[in-house]
Design a protein around this ligand. Structure first.
Ligand SMILES: [Cu+2]
Length: 164
């Protein structure tokens, strides 16, 4: 019978790591539960090679639509190297649903300082629900490296004053 010996210094680090894990996990749970910040999940498949031919993601159907309940639906396509349409305008403090699909490879959509941040995986429709609080113009950038033009891949999001 041999006792397991753990060096005191090692023990201290085990506690430190355990503490860090608890803090990180706590922060994540707090933001998910209290601030409604979490990765969007939407399992909806689509044929990326036929996106442009008909239906929701055909060129004529892209853009911003106002729904009967006052909310907005934004339909976009991500492709090397841009988001289409390239400018989007929605009012502040109004529910916005973004539906976006990739035409080619993996992309990401990110609007800094908002919870609009999702991967756009070819073959799937990504859906994000959000509400922009502050009027202004914001970049909508690709945050998944998608090729040589990745750095130039962005659209502009304009948030108008909307209802107060
Ligand atoms: Cu991209």
């Amino acid at each position: 019978m041999s006792m397991i010996h753990i060096d005191p210094l090692e023990k201290r680090w085990l506690w430190a790591i355990g503490g860090m894990l608890a803090i990180f996990w706590g922060v994540q749970i707090y933001y998910a539960a209290a601030e409604n910040m979490h990765p969007p999940s939407n399992v909806e498949v689509i044929d990326s090679a036929k996106l442009h031919l008909s239906g929701e993601f055909a060129e004529d159907n892209l853009g911003v639509k106002k729904e009967a309940d006052g909310s907005y639906t934004v339909t976009m396509v991500a492709a090397r190297y841009g988001f289409y349409p390239q400018e989007i305008e929605v009012p502040a403090k109004t529910p916005v649903k973004l539906r976006i699909a990739s035409f080619d490879v993996l992309h990401g959509v990110h609007v800094p300082f908002s919870n609009m941040n999702t991967m756009v995986v070819p073959g799937y429709v990504s859906e994000v629900h959000t509400e922009f609080q502050t009027p202004g113009s914001f970049p909508m950038i690709c945050n998944e490296y998608c090729g040589l033009g990745h750095d130039y891949m962005y659209s502009k999001l304009h948030v108008t004053a909307g209802k107060s």
